[in-house]
Design a protein around this ligand. Structure first.
Ligand code: FMN
Length: 298
């Protein structure tokens, strides 16, 4: 049977073939175009991960530390560093491991204890730091600096809380970027000491920004003149950062890291067995240890 171009079936077959080819190439070119557009716009595919804003915690009974923390907050904002001023009472310490930079301004009270707004925060840190299974990498992404407010007349417990914070955060892997600064209300120069220390915080943040250790939008280049907006103090800031002390003693870190004691209701509510219910034991708020929590979430 001979095929003639003029025959109806042949024309129909050619037309069908042409249509199918056109549809195929149209589809292919659209896919190619959309792929190209995506590759030209990498942000839509790989959004830049959001680094959490820094946190300034004020731990204060009568407001002194809170006032100082507020002034540091203004100074950091003025220098382009994004920080939140936080009352630890309102903070979930379980989120600490997500923080990139934490500043604590804390006073010390009777018997070297912290003010009441830090009760849970301190208990959480103590439990976590004392539990060898939590490990020393829990806060390894968190850099921190501490300013203590106390009175020298209390002798051994002078600024005990600030020093204790430093020890516990370091034990959990936090990286202390400045030595604890111990302000003494009895000396009459607390504001001045705090002002100098604040400048060193700005300097440290500027240096970290350059090294990619902190993703604020700091405008300084690490020099004190540029980083600090007021004052004429020429004290050098200390930008030596302590290396993360990676001590061993970690048991099943994957299960436990980032899971210190929690006050999140959902977690506490899961503990039943007649012991814990609604996050309380005999009417008191329950502390869930990392170990209990890890086994709950398995
Ligand atoms: C009852 C009492 C106990 C104190 N105990 C200590 C202490 O043990 N160690 C210390 O360094 N300062 C101690 N202080 C001093 C406070 O830390 C100081 O007054 C500080 O300015 C309070 O800051 P705040 O208002 O931020 O809480 C104590 C003060 C009072 C009134």
């Amino acid at each position: 049977m001979s095929l003639s171009l003029s025959s109806y079936p042949t024309r129909f077959a050619i037309l069908t073939l042409l249509s199918a080819t056109t549809v195929f190439f149209f589809y292919k070119s659209r896919r190619h175009l959309s792929k190209r557009l995506k590759s030209l716009n990498p942000i839509s595919q790989n959004p830049i991960p959001k680094t959490p804003r820094g946190k300034i915690f004020f731990i204060s009974q009568t407001g002194t530390s809170k006032t100082l923390a507020k002034s540091l907050h203004s100074l950091l904002n003025l220098n382009g560093f994004e920080f939140d001023l936080v009352d630890p009472k309102e903070y979930e310490p379980e989120d600490l491991h997500k923080e990139s930079f934490v500043v604590i301004v804390s006073s010390t009270w009777e018997d070297g204890k912290p003010p009441s707004n830090a009760g849970f925060f301190v208990d959480w840190l103590t439990e976590s730091a004392d539990d060898f299974r939590v490990g020393s990498l829990l806060l390894s992404k968190c850099k921190f600096a501490i300013f203590g407010v106390g009175s020298g007349s209390y002798g051994e417990t002078f600024n005990a809380v600030g020093r204790d914070f430093s020890k516990k955060l370091k034990k959990l892997g936090g990286v202390e970027v400045l030595e604890v600064c111990e302000g003494d209300v009895d000396e009459g120069n607390l504001d001045e000491v705090f002002g100098k220390w604040s400048k060193r915080v700005v300097g440290a943040l500027s240096s970290l920004g350059e090294n990619g250790g902190y993703m604020g939008n700091g405008i300084g280049d690490g020099s004190e003149d540029e980083a600090v907006s007021e004052g004429d103090d020429d004290e050098e800031y200390d930008d030596e950062f302590e290396e993360n002390d990676e001590e061993s003693g970690i048991v099943d870190l994957e299960d436990i890291a980032g899971k210190g004691p929690s006050r999140k209701k959902g977690v506490n509510d899961k503990l039943i067995n007649g012991k814990l219910n609604g996050g309380t034991v005999n009417g008191e708020k329950a502390m869930v240890t990392p170990v209990i929590r890890a086994s709950l979430e398995k």
